[in-house]
Design a protein around this ligand. Structure first.
Ligand code: HEM
Ligand SMILES: *[C@@H]1O[C@H](CO)[C@@H](O)[C@H](O)[C@H]1NC(C)=O
Ligand SMILES: *[C@@H]1O[C@H](CO)[C@@H](O)[C@H](O)[C@H]1NC(C)=O
Ligand SMILES: CC(=O)N[C@H]1CO[C@H](CO)[C@@H](O)[C@@H]1O
Length: 326
C-alpha cells in the first residue's frame, strides 16, 4: 500500500517535470518574443512597412484582416496561406480575393535586414494585421509572437465557411478552433471593413435559397442599391462594402453591428447573426457599446493563437512564399 502510493507520488512528480520540460521544448506564444532575439524593434519595423502601404492603398487593411482569418482557420496560424505552389492553400476557391501578399513580402524583407533568420512569416501576418486595424481606427491591441512557419499548404484541406453557412454551423466551425460564439460574433466584426464580390451574395438579391425571390430579411433600399451594383448573372467582378454605413465602411468600429440590426447586412451570415437567437443579444450589446475595438483586439489575439507552431516546431522561413530548402 505504502509502496504504491509512493510510486504514485513519484509518477506524479515525474509527470510534472515531464510536462514542464516538454512545455519548454515546444515553447509558447508571448508578448515581445523578438525583444530578446533582435536588437531592432521588429514590431515597429513591420508597422513602418504597413503604414507606408496603407497610405498608398487603405484597402490593404481589410485584405490583411481577412488574411489572418484564412491563415489561422486552415491548419492554424502557420503562414501556410503564403506558400506558393500549384495546389497550395492560396489557390483554393475561398481564397478568391485574399490580397496583401506583397505587404507581407515587404515586411519580411525589412525585418530580415535588421534581424536575419529570426522572425516568422506567421508572426508577420499577425503583427501587420494589428497595425492595419490600428490604422483603420480600430485601436491598438498587443499581439503575442513566437509562432513558427509550417511546411504544409494544401488547397485540398481548405475548409472555410461559406457566406450561406447558418449561425449554428458557424458556431460549430469556430468551436473546432477553440473559439466560442462570443468570439465568433466579435471576429465577424472584421466585416466592419472591406468588400464582398457580387457572386457571394447575388443569390440574396434574386433567388434566395432557390425560391426565385429575394431574401426577405434584407432592407428594401439596400436591396435596390445592391441590385444596381450587381445585375443578375453579371459575374463576380463588382463589389459592395460589407459595412453599409457610408461614413465608416473602412473604419474598424461597431457600426457593422448597427447595420445588421437594421437589416443592412450584405452577406447572408452577417444578416443571420443579427436575428439568430444564439447571437442576437451579443450583436445588440456590441452595437450599443463603446468597447468594440478592445474586444475585437482580444478576439484577434485568440484567433492568432489557433493551432500555432512554437519552440522547435516548424521553421523560420527565409522567403514567406516557400519552405526552406535544406
Ligand atoms: C463564418 C465566417 C466567415 C465567412 C462565411 C466570411 C465570408 C466572407 C466573404 C464571402 C467575403 C467576401 C470575399 C470576396 O468577395 O472575395 C469576406 C470578406 C472579408 N472577411 Fe470574412 N468571413 C467570415 C469570417 C471572417 C473573419 C473571422 C474575419 C476577420 C476577423 C473576416 C474578415 C473579412 C474581411 C476583412 C473581408 C474583406 C476583405 C477585402 O475587402 O479584401 N471574415 N468574408
Ligand atoms: C494606434 O496606435 C497608437 C499607439 O501606438 C495610438 O496612439 C492610436 O490612438 C491608435 N490609433 C487609433 C485609431 O486608435
Ligand atoms: C455610422 O458610422 C458613424 C461613425 O462614422 C457612427 O457615428 C454612426 O452611429 C453610424 N450609424 C449607423 C446607423 O451605423
Ligand atoms: C492569389 C491566388 O492564388 N488566387 C487564386 C485563388 O483561387 C482561384 C480559384 O481557384 C485562383 O484562380 C486564383 O489564382
Amino acid at each position: 500500500m505504502k509502496m504504491s502510493s509512493n510510486a504514485l507520488v513519484a509518477v506524479g512528480i515525474f509527470g510534472l517535470i515531464f510536462v514542464s520540460l516538454t512545455g519548454q521544448c515546444f515553447g509558447e506564444l508571448e508578448v515581445g518574443f523578438y525583444k530578446r532575439r533582435c536588437f531592432a524593434d521588429v514590431e515597429s519595423v513591420v508597422a513602418g512597412v504597413v503604414r507606408a502601404k496603407f497610405f498608398a492603398d487603405s484597402t490593404i487593411a481589410a485584405a490583411l484582416v481577412r488574411m489572418q482569418f484564412h491563415d489561422c482557420f486552415v491548419n492554424g496560424c502557420d503562414a501556410s496561406i503564403l506558400l506558393d505552389g500549384a495546389s497550395s492553400e492560396k489557390t483554393a476557391g475561398p481564397n478568391l480575393s485574399v490580397r496583401g501578399y506583397d505587404v507581407i513580402d515587404a515586411a519580411k524583407k525589412a525585418v530580415e535586414l535588421v534581424c536575419r533568420g529570426e522572425v516568422s512569416c506567421s508572426d508577420i501576418i499577425v503583427m501587420a494585421t494589428r497595425d492595419a486595424v490600428n490604422l483603420s481606427g480600430g485601436g491598438r491591441y498587443t499581439v503575442q509572437t513566437g509562432r513558427r512557419d509550417g511546411f504544409v499548404s494544401l488547397a485540398s484541406i481548405v475548409r472555410l465557411p461559406s457566406p450561406s453557412i447558418s449561425v449554428s454551423q458557424s458556431v460549430a466551425a469556430f468551436a473546432r478552433k477553440g473559439l466560442d460564439a462570443t468570439d465568433m460574433v466579435y471576429l465577424l466584426g472584421g466585416h466592419t471593413i472591406g468588400v464582398a464580390h457580387c457572386n457571394l451574395f447575388e443569390d440574396r438579391l434574386y433567388n434566395f435559397q432557390n425560391t426565385g425571390r429575394p431574401d426577405p430579411s434584407m432592407d428594401s433600399s439596400l436591396m435596390q442599391q445592391l441590385r444596381s451594383i450587381c445585375p443578375q448573372n453579371s459575374g463576380g467582378s463588382k463589389t459592395a462594402n460589407l459595412d453599409q454605413n457610408v461614413t465608416s465602411s473602412f473604419t474598424v468600429d461597431n457600426s457593422f453591428y448597427k447595420q445588421i440590426l437594421t437589416r443592412r447586412g450584405v452577406l447572408q451570415i452577417d444578416q443571420e447573426l443579427a436575428f439568430d437567437p444564439i447571437t442576437k443579444s451579443t450583436v445588440t450589446t456590441i452595437a450599443n457599446s463603446v468597447s468594440f475595438s478592445e474586444k475585437f483586439g482580444q478576439a484577434m489575439v485568440k484567433l492568432g493563437a489557433v493551432e500555432v507552431l512554437t519552440g522547435t516546431q516548424g521553421e523560420i522561413r527565409k522567403s514567406c512564399r516557400a519552405v526552406n530548402t535544406p
